[in-house]
Ligand binder design. Structure first.
Ligand code: UD1
Length: 421
């Protein structure tokens, strides 16, 4: 298993381009199951999770090819098998996104039930109950969700928790249902809006995406489309923190500043100068950052996927910052690894209290999940000496060419074979 070797202490400076958003590309690829017509998708990032989704679609008889330069052409005209097997779902929970589209188009789906994961229980009960409200029969058999339906029918669904992939699954299913579906307490994440834009390009009638009420008027069939995936706001935010933590100046281009309001506000509170253009954001951190308090919340609140990166920033900041995680119950694994680098962190339930220290010192650390690994890389960029971040397959799931991008900004980072586990 590969690891990153990082020699800390370099100030990052320069420009880096944001990739397409993993969390938008995944549901959009699943949306291709809703039609027998071809889709041409652009700005799809080259990531392990995307390859997993393409493999999953391939197993179902969907032709999906990477045409290079971030272009993916897919055609689900010859859908053969509506099954998402355990061996793929266990490596990527977002495989659950095929449930709604398969059921809506094919009348049946078998999707392995995702288990718990490194950051918490992450149930999918709201995906299942929403489909039931639309007339599906849903049962659990042999570890699989088995859903069947004639044509789904529109329904009013009130989600008791804001769920991103749950909203996406139901929105996709509703596009082929008979009648109107109203999803209340819907997720407002930009990735939901991007999926809605792609569905609209396919001929679906969707309104309200980006608000907490999404309305879908079902159609008999959808068409193919061309769609460009929006920029990845979490990758963008991660590079901005990389600039701030190294007291450098980093401009992320090809970005969507409006999607990062909460992150930009916290960077400014930490003492960074942040300049924003139509499609770029630049962070300039002239001094040691101030500690900031973070409370994660559904969009437009502070994203849980940026919490770990700010934990790294607080670890070297001046003062004490508290981080309250409200979305997932077990998302502090990186804190224990940050301690190995010398961070002063105390965890009390859902709150981590981080006392900033003047310096971290390099050590071997282990990545436990995608965003945790980003936080360890960030800490490694400022730690004195060498930090080995092991199990970086987690980071390859969600950050496109991260070491090349960091090298371009002046970091000293290299990929090396890690210990076999
Ligand atoms: C998505 C993102 C992930 C991000 C998360 C929160 C993708 C592929 N992944 O994950 O990067 O961290 O949103 O912004 O887009 N819940 C239930 N029942 C359900 C579904 C969810 O109780 O049926 C709970 C979860 O346990 C969690 C909360 O709702 O506490 C939010 O989870 P959810 O928004 O569903 O996360 P994902 O969509 O899996």
């Amino acid at each position: 298993m590969d690891k990153f070797q990082i020699s800390g202490g370099r100030r990052l400076e320069g420009e880096v381009r944001a990739s397409g958003a993993k969390n938008a590309a995944l549901p959009i690829l699943a949306a291709g199951l809703l039609t027998d017509r071809p889709l041409c998708l652009r700005n799809v990032p080259e990531l392990h999770d995307i390859r997993t989704m393409l493999k999953l679609l391939g197993r179902m008889g969907v032709s999906a090819t990477e045409a290079g330069g971030g272009e993916v052409r897919m055609d689900a005209g010859a859908l053969t098998e509506a099954v998402a097997p355990y061996e793929l779902v266990k490596t990527m929970r977002a495989s659950i996104l095929v449930l709604g589209p398969l059921l809506a188009r094919h009348g049946e789906a078998r999707v392995s039930l995702p288990g718990g994961c490194a950051i918490g229980a992450r149930p999918v009960n709201l995906h299942m109950s929403g489909l039931e409200a639309m007339g599906a029969s849903v049962s659990i058999e042999g570890g699989y969700i088995h859903a069947t339906a004639g044509r789904l029918r529109g329904a009013r669904i009130v989600q008791d928790t804001v769920t991103v992939t749950g909203t996406e699954n139901l929105m996709m299913a509703a596009t082929l249902a008979k009648g109107r579906t109203v999803i209340e307490n819907a997720a407002r994440e930009p990735e939901v809006v991007d999926l809605a834009a792609c569905l609209a390009a396919m001929g679906a009638k969707v309104s309200g995406a980006g608000t907490d009420t999404i309305i879908v008027e079902g159609r008999e069939r959808l068409d193919g489309c061309e769609h460009r995936v929006l920029p990845d706001r979490i990758e963008t935010g991660t590079f901005l923190v990389a600039g701030a933590i190294t007291r450098g100046r980093v401009r992320v281009t090809g970005a969507e500043p409006a999607h990062l309001d909460a992150v930009i506000a916290k960077l400014r509170e930490a003492g960074a100068r942040v300049a924003v253009g139509p499609d770029w954001i630049e962070v300039d951190m002239p001094r040691r950052p101030d500690a900031v308090d973070i409370r994660t919340a559904p969009h437009p609140g502070f994203p849980t996927d940026m919490q770990a990166q700010f934990a790294a920033l607080n670890a070297v900041a001046d003062g004490v910052g508290t981080i309250v995680e409200t979305i997932f119950e077990n998302r502090f694994m990186h804190m224990l690894e940050l301690r190995r680098l010398g961070a002063d962190v105390r965890i009390e339930g859902h709150t981590a209290v981080v006392h900033g220290v003047p310096r971290l010192s390099g050590a071997p650390v282990m990545a436990t999940d995608l965003r945790a690994s980003a936080s360890l890389v960030l800490a490694g960029l400022v730690a004195e000496g060498t930090t080995d971040v092991q199990r970086i397959y987690h980071i390859d799931r969600g950050y496109e060419h991260i070491e090349a991008k960091l090298l371009g900004l002046g970091a000293d980072i290299r990929r090396a074979p890690g210990p076999a586990t």
